[in-house]
Ligand binder design. Structure first.
Ligand SMILES: Cc1ncc(COP(=O)(O)O)c(C=O)c1O
Length: 345
């Protein structure tokens, strides 16, 4: 067994770099529940300015950002219009139902992207027995959709729809910086098309913890109250915010390397017999693989990979997800592709 694990299960597995740890050590801190942590305040102000939003809130996770946003915009019994593959449906333990008491009107999509006409069909009539359509939800990049960048024209259509119908549009931008780098569309361009938007620091940006939720001042004030209710108020969180500021300075442009490595990996593994790429284009840092044609069990392949020092995420059935990130080099993806070939031989 190799000493070092090439861990391509997720971009959340990165460990803070030495320079990031230095920045954390130097952080000035205060009590953030009292709004007095200067480093948290600096991070929030910087993020809000970057995305053209009035205010921002530093929260502990992407899930917390999502659940705060859903709760802030809805009443129990309301409906959220989203794509059927979105993170709150697949990977948040039914929290939208549990916490906010909402139901989700889910649009079937190929890669998590949908257009105005599809969303329009999901709106309920004004019949008093129907739930209220309260929120439009998009995910960018789309995780289960294979790291897809939400096309700007589709987003423009949804923006117009949300304005016509008078309901907010929220973007789960856990990996929106991957979208920024892949598309060249600036953060403020995404920000201005949505009422609110989040991003994760703990994914491709390489921080240990944290996400940012941004929107109008009143929305963020409500979000702050909800964060407290969920036990998410934190005190000297400036240590973590310092990592976030460091990441915004040093880890955004380099996402292009992750994208190039993901494309390289996809190209290499597409040559392996018995393996199929689930999505034929690799837009950002996520690659989905299907090994059904090999006739092997995912469990067995995973064990064979581990024995060669490689970890991919098992996504159910015969599907794996491979993710490139700060701790995965070009040589690592070469090695991972070779290990996969051996495991499927
Ligand atoms: C699109 C998307 N939203 C939200 C989350 C949740 O983030 P966290 O793991 O920080 O709760 C994830 C995590 O992978 C994600 O991919």
């Amino acid at each position: 067994m190799s000493e070092r694990l090439i861990d391509m299960r997720s971009d959340t597995v990165t460990r803070p770099t030495a320079a990031m740890r230095e920045a954390m050590l130097r952080a000035e801190v205060g009590d953030d529940v009292m709004g007095e942590d200067p480093t948290v305040n600096a991070l929030q102000e910087r993020a809000a300015a970057l995305f053209g939003k009035e205010a921002a809130l530093f929260v502990s996770s992407g899930t917390q950002a999502n659940q705060i946003a859903i709760k802030a915009y809805t009443q129990p019994g309301d409906e959220v219009i989203a794509d059927a593959l979105c993170h709150p449906v697949r990977s948040e333990l039914g929290a939208a139902a549990l916490i906010s008491g909402v139901q989700l009107a889910l649009i079937p999509t190929e890669r998590g992207v949908y257009a105005r006409a599809q969303a329009e069909r999901m709106f309920r009539s004004t019949n008093w027995m129907q739930p209220k359509s309260a929120l439009l939800w998009v995910e960018n990049t789309h995780n289960a959709g294979g790291g897809t960048v939400f096309p700007l024209e589709a987003l423009d259509g949804l923006r117009a729809l949300s304005q016509d119908r008078g309901i907010p549009l929220h973007m789960d931008g856990a990996r929106v910086f991957n979208a920024v780098v892949a598309s060249g569309v600036a953060p403020a361009e995404w920000g201005k098309r949505c009422d609110s938007i989040s991003f994760c620091l703990s994914k491709g940006l390489g921080c240990p913890v944290g996400s940012i939720l941004m929107g109008r001042r009143e929305f963020i004030a409500r979000a702050r109250r909800l964060r407290q209710i969920y036990g998410g108020g934190w005190r000297q969180a400036g240590l973590l915010a310092a990592a976030g500021l460091h990441a915004l300075d040093h880890h955004v442009e380099r996402l292009a390397e992750d994208h190039a490595n993901a494309r390289h990996f996809a190209q290499r593994v597409s040559e392996i017999r018995g393996l199929r790429l689930v999505y034929d284009d690799t837009q950002t840092n996520l690659v989905f693989l299907d090994i059904a044609e090999s006739g092997m069990k995912a469990d067995d392949v995973s064990k064979r990979l581990r024995a060669q020092g490689v970890a991919l995420a098992m996504r159910g059935g015969c599907t794996f997800r491979a993710v490139t990130h700060l701790d995965v080099s070009r040589a690592d993806v070469e090695q991972a592709a070779a290990a996969l070939k051996t495991a499927l031989a």
